[in-house]
Design a protein around this ligand. Structure first.
Ligand code: 0X9
Ligand code: ZN
Length: 317
């Protein structure tokens, strides 16, 4: 059994990331962003055939498992690592050679472990701040970013699933994502935060307003969706592509809006399939979701190359 088949625990995923970095030192750099609230190291891979600090290539930045119960999201990122590093196919060589990748498969490891040990439907982090709130644990990571923070789609009840935290970036886990965005924003062409479920490719902004390049964002999203739809199971829905507030619901403080405002030209939230199972997709579907989603990611990466080549760089003041 491969790491991306089914649902592995934190320790096994961590071991895989370490192994990949050891085996492919010329291609892969493993970075520890820092510790989670419960002191689990949060790691990400940088994949590049050249020096990662070389400025010439676009970066695709992918994250998964900000929401703990959305289990299918992590395998999709692990499968991407597998396809780029361990099992590169001839037709994908350009994706390894011409694009740099930052992949963080477990943004919220504490929540993820908690879904294995205590409550399968846990969504939030596992932080606890007795000074500001002694009742409940956890913050909704996708309401905790500093963009229209605490404005809509949130609950002020610290026990609720959509509690945004006592302040923006109260969570160490969202701060790590923020810091990667800040460090690499001039080169990040596409940010993709993987969630589940419902077959959506969502883009900004959460107040229904649109980025200046919304047409291009929509076009790339639709191209991704079409690649996935072409390989979907008959019972699966088609991907719906659009503004998050228009096609799903208004919710602010999310990673996608933060990345877009920070300067990433194309920022998406992927809602992977749930079929009739919602968050609890049986492990035998994971291969299917990995494979179809990879083709969407690959399409996006190819388009990223084109858009990055003609990227507008504001003149120096
Ligand atoms: O509500 C969310 O955070 C996401 N859906 S989920 O079921 N995975 O929780 C959607 C977020 C979409 N993006 C924004 N609203 N900005
Ligand atoms: Zn989610």
């Amino acid at each position: 059994r491969m790491i991306f088949q089914g649902y592995q625990r934190y320790a096994e995923i961590d071991r895989y990331l370490e192994t990949i970095a050891e085996r492919y030192p010329d291609l892969v750099t493993l970075v520890t962003a820092g510790q989670s609230f419960e002191n689990r190291p949060i790691k990400y891979l940088k994949i590049s055939t050249t020096n990662f600090e070389d400025q010439s290539k676009p970066i695709i930045f992918m994250t998964a498992m900000l929401h703990a119960r959305e289990w299918v999201t992590t395998p999709v990122t692990l499968y991407s690592i597998y396809r780029l590093v361990e099992n590169l196919r001839h037709e994908d060589a350009d994706l390894r050679d011409d694009v740099d990748w930052i992949i963080m498969p477990l943004v919220n490891p504490d929540g993820y472990e908690y879904t294995h040990t205590h409550n399968r439907m846990w969504r939030k982090t596992r932080s606890h701040y007795p000074a500001v709130n002694d009742t409940c644990y956890g913050v909704d990571g996708n309401r905790n970013f500093d963009v229209l923070w605490n404005e809509f789609g949130v609950s002020s009840n610290p026990c609720a699933d959509t509690y945004p935290g006592h302040e923006a970036f109260s969570e160490v886990e969202t701060r790590y994502v923020r810091d990667i965005l800040r460090e690499y924003v001039p080169r990040i062409q596409i940010f993709m935060d993987h969630h589940s479920f419902g077959n959506y490719i969502l883009f900004c902004y959460a107040d229904t307003s649109l980025p200046e390049n919304a047409a291009q964002i929509h076009q790339v999203g639709a191209a991704m969706g079409a690649q996935i739809d072409a390989r979907k199971l008959p019972k699966a829905g088609y991907y719906r592509v659009g503004n998050s507030a228009s096609v799903l619901y208004a919710a602010s403080g999310a990673s996608d809006d933060y990345a877009q405002v920070a300067g990433v030209p194309m920022s998406y939230t992927f809602e992977l399939p749930g079929y009739e199972y919602g968050f609890a997709v049986p492990p035998e579907y994971v291969d299917q979701i990995n494979e179809e989603t990879w083709h969407g990611i690959a399409e996006a990466a190819r388009l990223a190359k084109l858009y990055y080549a003609s990227r507008y760089v504001p003149p120096a003041p």
